[in-house]
Design a binder for this molecule. Structure first.
Ligand SMILES: *Cc1c(COP(=O)(O)O)cnc(C)c1O
Length: 432
């Protein structure tokens, strides 16, 4: 096993994913390419669903935060496995519809949904819209009225928590662009407004504190604050909360230094906390929705590149350049995210070399990682970056006019294309 149970080496010393030789996969599909272990994705989906139902009750639902990894087939897989999904744009809704994802299991998010987005969601029959602010609430009520509908909604609440994660992925603090803060009175105000409208049906509240969280204390704090709020709302308005959406945020393992998260155990602990709080505050236990993104798909994916050259700058650093970079993985440039890299055709060798893995773009910041422990490399080797299943393909761009890599799913010894490699013709498709 290398970092994750679906990664290993074979007798040739090549890295394998789901038992398949990555060097052969690179040959068959070209590089750069995202390779994802479908069995690992399905297994993690099931872990979440089973644990949520066991510990929160039969009607609990994990909704896959699809901004982490979005293409038609992943929605089909989520549908088959019985999960809900979280969508944040018209494009994600459109893709989910293309996959025939059951609309009633969709949660539609975002801090600035346009009228067109809201109309699209109403037309599709999206189950729940998570309303961010009062302007949106009034717009939705009017649009729903025009459509002759009453839309089920949650309100996004800002619990005011710092989950001790990177500032760019912290979302639950009072000054966040998302939601309505409890401490400022904004939350109670929008709750009363929602209850006064006739074309929205308020069923509860949503919060999401951040991402890549290892320690459960932010969830404990969120549960405490949200259940207290639910009790306050009941006292002040009589409204009984049916549903509480606790967002996502559990971490994935990127390097050997990261702990392995026991997701079923984490869900059991969060459930115990919520139950205790419900009892303490004397409110009914609501239906609970969890919204994991990263922790469902990050570990299942790897990215394969071909090494172009190795540059040693004596007394400074060593560079290994690959045929992709920030367009297919912008996370080091954005957040200095740490990754594990290895030379796939020499994966069994010791990682006794150190190198900065650089992309091919015309930017010094186009790096996959700095000073990474790795095997010695030379031109033509296959370099694998691990744990790229989340926020890589979905964040990919065409910077430097690079076509986006394909997404290949492997399962039971079979590799299939879920997203084709972009061609140069694809790049100019919209050019006039
Ligand atoms: C991004 C996001 C998630 C998923 O977060 P992860 O850290 O990937 O689990 C869930 N809910 C909302 C509202 C989000 O914005």
């Amino acid at each position: 096993m290398i970092l994750h149970s679906h990664l290993d080496t074979n007798e040739q010393g090549h890295l394998t994913i789901g038992g398949m030789d990555t060097v052969a996969l690179a040959k068959e599909f070209g590089t750069p390419a995202y390779i994802m272990d479908e069995a690992a994705i399905r297994a993690r989906f099931r872990t979440y669903l089973t644990a949520a139902r066991t510990h929160f009750g039969e009607n609990a639902l994990p909704a896959f935060a699809s901004k982490a990894l979005c293409f038609t087939e992943i929605y089909r897989i989520a549908a088959e496995e019985g999960l809900g999904i979280d969508c944040v744009s018209g494009g994600e809704l459109y893709t989910a519809k293309r996959a025939s994802f059951p609309a009633e299991r969709i949660y539609f998010h975002g801090n600035n949904k346009t009228d067109a987005d809201l109309k699209q969601a109403l037309d599709m029959g999206v189950g729940t819209i998570v309303v961010d602010n009062a302007d949106e609430l009034l717009a939705l009520d009017a649009l729903a009225s025009n459509a002759g509908k009453t839309q089920r909604i949650l309100l996004r609440i800002t619990p005011g928590i710092d989950p001790h994660t990177h500032r760019a992925i912290r979302t639950g603090n009072v000054d966040s662009k998302f939601g309505n803060a409890i401490v400022t009175g904004g939350a109670m105000e929008i709750t009363k407004l929602a209850l006064s409208l006739s074309n929205v049906r308020l069923v509860g509240f949503h919060c999401h504190v951040g991402s890549q969280i290892f320690d459960l204390s932010p969830f404990r704090d969120a549960a405490d604050i949200m259940m207290r709020y639910i009790a306050d709302v009941k006292r002040e308005t009589g409204f009984v909360t049916e549903e509480l959406n606790l967002g996502g945020g559990l971490a994935a393992r990127y390097t050997e230094v990261d702990a392995t998260v026991d997701y079923a155990d984490a869900i059991a602990k969060i459930a115990a906390i919520v139950r205790n709080k419900a009892q303490e505050m004397d409110v009914a236990m609501p239906r609970v929705i969890l919204e994991p993104g990263r922790s469902l798909v990050a570990e299942a994916g790897i990215t394969l590149y071909t090494v172009g050259g190795v540059k040693e700058i004596p007394g400074f650093k060593n560079y290994i350049s690959v045929d992709g970079g920030m367009p297919d993985n912008p996370r080091y440039a954005l957040y200095q995210s740490e990754y594990t890299a290895l030379i796939a055709n020499r994966a069994a060798d010791p990682a006794d070399y150190r190198a900065t893995v650089a992309g091919r773009c015309c930017e010094s910041g186009d790096l996959i990682g700095e000073d990474m422990p790795i095997q010695r490399a030379s031109r033509g080797d296959i370099l694998a970056v691990l744990t790229t299943g989340a926020y890589n393909y979905s964040m990919a761009s065409n910077y430097n006019r690079l076509p986006r890599p394909p997404v290949i799913l492997v399962r039971d010894g079979v590799a299939r294309v879920a997203v084709r490699r972009e061609s140069f013709e694809d790049l100019v498709r919209n050019d006039v």
